[in-house]
Every structure is written in structure tokens, then in C-alpha cells.
Design a binder for this molecule. Structure first.
Ligand code: RFL
Length: 402
């Protein structure tokens, strides 16, 4: 089995890449571990940056989000000093988000890819990317990489390729296949854990809500007219089901200061997940003929909603570079791919780190007085955002930017 480009993973990165390669006449195949249904129903991101919408528009992939998504440009910080509303869509460069659930975007992309006649294999897990000739390590320049997979019936199979695109997330085969010492992995733990919730209820605010409270952060983000995402800062190590629904809603009310600003619309909790706010960057995003994109390249804490947006941006850049290499023998784009992506990635990491420190008073309780110190910095940061138009413009530009 072979293809010029074997793409691992059918998330936003893999699907955008697959569509652009297929449209350019490149022979490619997507290998996806999960089922089609799983991929189309996995709820994650929801806030798409203007640049992401421009990329999707450019390639005719944005019909669904224009029809069913909505524009969004306000966020509201709730603190002990009251409310701070920022119409970020009218600040900075005057750009808004589009709210469109990731699983709907993935469904649109998959439908489009299949409509083009694109090849995709579900229930096919990539195990290792190696050199086709030696069967060890990853492919090097000029070598033929291969991907060993476990097929739906459990049989191992081998795919050979000219290039492999690792779009299979943080725990995928692409990262695992990088030989020790070939790349650096920069890891950072923000020291904070969130309980992520999906509730079957309409949004309670007309804004993204960020509550800063002594008991910890709480967040509110619209998804669809009937489903809203909430977050609670959570004790690390505590399971997601430790609290009954009633206690979760009471805690959300308390931290969101519902008594002062109006009640939250309660509803059944459809999904709960606990995740630590950690991040990492692989550098460079290439080893020989294996390229990384999306979460496989860099993981961001979800505090600033950047991950899916970077995934789409990187997929477009990688598609252009692979197309030039395969159709014109021009490998300049592949040579600069990693550096170009890393510039965007570090900028997104920097803002995500800033946002994480804004939302949590005690990211690292490292020594006596540490928590007071961080709480004071957090108050000062918010005061600056409340009073400085320049700071507000900076926030708006970075909040919607990728
Ligand atoms: P994905 O979406 O994880 O897709 C990877 C695919 O690879 C498959 N896979 C494999 N396939 C074959 N062989 C293997 N060995 C494989 N291992 C894995 C998986 O089944 C999957 O289908 O990665 P991609 O394409 O890089 O996209 C990244 C985004 O999904 C991610 O960054 C965002 O969801 C992050 N994120 C957000 N990003 C935003 O831009 N805006 C947001 O509002 C936003 N909210 C969020 C988020 C992430 C969250 N989680 C997961 C903590 C909210 C949450 C709760």
C-alpha cells in the first residue's frame, strides 16, 4: 500500500491537509485510528479565529460555519471589583471570532474530502513511522518513509510514502516515532487543572465569561443555542465525577457571582473531562520526510482557544510546501515550514501563558508568600486591562489572532 503523502489523523489538521493535497492532484491517504462517528462527535474547540475563517473561505470550506455558526466579539471578566466587559471585536484590529463547534467543522471537512473522492481509512491506527528500507528510525531526506498500522481486523500493514504528515495529536505515532535526540520537546506545566463541562442548556451570557474568584477560576463559553461549555478550576488528581451535578452548578453560580450578575441557566451535564493545563512545543517540526502539524507539533492550554486555529494554519502551510515539492520539485517550503510555524506557535504560547496567569491567581505555589504575590500580580494585570486602552487593544489583537 502506498501514497505520495500519508496523513496520520483526521482532526482539523489532517482533514484540511488532505483536502488541499487532494485538490492539488497529490496522491494522499488519511489513516485514522477512531471510527467516523467518533471523529464527527468529539466536542472540543468552538472559537475560530478570523484567520482560520479566511483560510477555510479561501478553499471553499466555510459554508457550514457561515450558515450555522455565529460571530462573537465580547468577553466579560467577573472579579470581586465587579464586571469588566471588553468588546474585543471593536478593539485592536476590529476582528471577531466565529463560534462553530469543532465536531461540526470536522464533519463538514470530512464530507468535503469524501465528496472529492479522497481516501481515508478509519479504525486504522498508525503504530510507528520508520524508514522503508531499514525498517528502523524515521525516514531521512531522500529515504522512503513507511507507516506500520494496525488494521481494523488487527492485522499489521505497511504503507510506504514520499512524505508522512503527523496530524495525530499529542499521543500519536508521529511524535512517538521521533528518534531520541532528533528533536527537542519543550514542556511547561501551568500548574492548573480544569474540569471541562458540556451542558445541555443555552448560554447564560452574551459574552465569553471569565470568573476570577478566591475559590478558583470558572469559565462560560457559548457553543450552540442548546449547548454551553463551562470550566471549573479543579483540584489536580480529583476525578471528573467526584461532584454531583447540583454541587457543580452551585459552585459555578458562586464563582460566576450569579447573585450579583444574574443566574446561570442550568441543564443536564452531557460531558465532563479533567485536564491539566500543560503545553509543549516540538522543535523542529520535521524529521527527514516526517512533518508534524496541529497538536502533534505543539500543545496549548485551552485558556486562549488557539489549538484548532494553529492546526488549520499549519495544515495550509504544509499543504503548499508538499505540493510544491511533489509537483515542481521545489523543496524550499518544506525547508522553512518548521521555522514559519514555530513563530506562530511561540506567539500563541506566549499569549496563552499570559491568559493563564490572568485567570488563575496561584499557578505556582512555590514558596511562602507565593500565592499572595501571584494574586497581587493578577489584580494589577486586570487593573491595567480595565484602565488602559492600549492594553485592551493588545489583548483584542492577540485574543483573536493566530
Ligand atoms: P486532533 O483534533 O486531536 O486530531 C487528531 C486525530 O488523530 C487521531 N489519531 C490517530 N490516528 C491514527 N493513528 C494514530 N496513532 C492516532 N493517534 C491519534 C485521533 O483519533 C484524531 O482524530 O488534532 P489536530 O487535528 O491537531 O487538531 C487540534 C485541535 O483538535 C485542538 O488543538 C483543539 O481542540 C484545542 N482546543 C481549542 N482550540 C481552539 O482553537 N479553540 C477553542 O475554542 C478550543 N477549545 C480545545 C478547546 C481543546 C480542548 N480539550 C481537548 C482539552 C476546548 C477543549 C476542552
Amino acid at each position: 500500500r502506498s501514497a505520495d503523502v500519508v496523513v496520520l489523523g483526521a482532526g482539523p489538521a489532517g482533514l484540511v491537509l488532505g483536502i488541499l493535497l487532494h485538490s492539488a492532484g497529490i496522491d494522499c491517504v488519511i489513516l485514522e485510528r477512531a471510527s467516523r462517528n467518533h471523529v464527527q462527535t468529539r466536542a472540543r474547540a468552538g472559537f475560530l479565529a478570523p484567520n482560520t475563517v479566511r483560510i477555510l473561505d479561501r478553499h471553499g470550506l466555510a459554508d457550514g460555519l457561515h450558515r450555522h455558526g455565529h460571530r462573537h466579539g465580547t468577553c466579560e471578566f467577573r472579579t470581586e471589583d465587579g464586571r469588566l466587559r471588553l468588546d474585543y471585536g471593536a478593539l485592536g484590529q476590529g476582528q471577531q471570532h466565529h463560534v462553530y463547534p469543532q465536531q461540526k467543522l470536522v464533519t463538514d471537512l470530512l464530507t468535503h474530502y469524501l465528496g472529492l473522492g479522497g481516501r481515508i481509512h478509519f479504525h486504522t491506527e498508525a503504530l510507528i513511522v520508520s524508514d522503508a528500507d531499514t525498517g528502523t528510525g524515521t525516514g531521512t531526506d531522500g529515504a522512503r518513509p513507511s507507516v506500520t498500522t494496525r488494521e481494523p481486523d488487527g492485522r499489521p500493514t505497511r504503507w510506504t510514502a514520499r512524505y508522512v504528515a503527523g496530524c495525530d495529536g499529542r499521543y500519536g505515532a508521529a511524535r512517538r516515532s521521533l528518534p531520541p535526540g532528533a528533536v527537542r520537546r519543550h514542556h511547561h506545566d501551568h500548574g492548573v487543572t480544569w474540569l471541562g463541562l458540556l451542558a445541555e442548556t443555552p448560554p447564560s451570557l452574551d459574552a465569553v465569561g471569565y470568573a476570577i474568584h478566591d475559590r478558583g477560576f470558572a469559565g462560560h463559553m457559548a457553543r450552540t443555542p442548546d449547548v454551553t461549555r463551562y470550566y471549573l478550576q479543579w483540584q489536580r488528581g480529583t476525578p471528573a465525577d467526584a461532584w454531583p451535578e447540583q454541587q457543580i452548578w452551585d459552585e459555578l453560580d458562586l464563582r460566576m457571582r450569579a447573585a450579583d450578575h444574574g443566574p446561570l441557566r442550568r441543564g443536564r451535564l452531557l460531558e465532563r473531562g479533567v485536564f491539566d493545563l500543560t503545553c509543549d512545543v516540538v522543535e523542529p517540526l520535521r524529521h527527514g520526510s516526517l512533518f508534524l502539524a496541529g497538536d502533534a507539533a505543539s500543545l496549548l492550554a485551552p485558556a486562549a482557544a488557539k489549538g484548532a486555529n494553529l492546526a488549520v494554519l499549519e495544515a495550509e502551510m504544509l499543504a503548499e510546501a508538499l505540493t510544491a515539492a511533489l509537483t515542481r520539485n521545489d523543496t524550499a517550503g518544506l525547508d522553512t515550514y518548521s521555522d514559519q510555524c514555530l513563530a506562530h506557535i511561540w506567539r500563541a504560547q506566549e499569549f496563552t501563558g499570559w491568559m493563564t496567569r490572568l485567570l488563575h491567581a496561584t499557578p505556582d505555589r512555590d514558596h511562602d508568600g507565593g500565592s499572595f504575590f501571584h494574586a497581587a500580580l493578577q489584580r494589577s494585570r486586570l487593573a491595567s486591562l480595565r484602565t488602559s486602552r492600549v492594553h485592551q487593544d493588545w489583548f483584542a489583537e492577540n485574543y483573536v489572532g493566530v
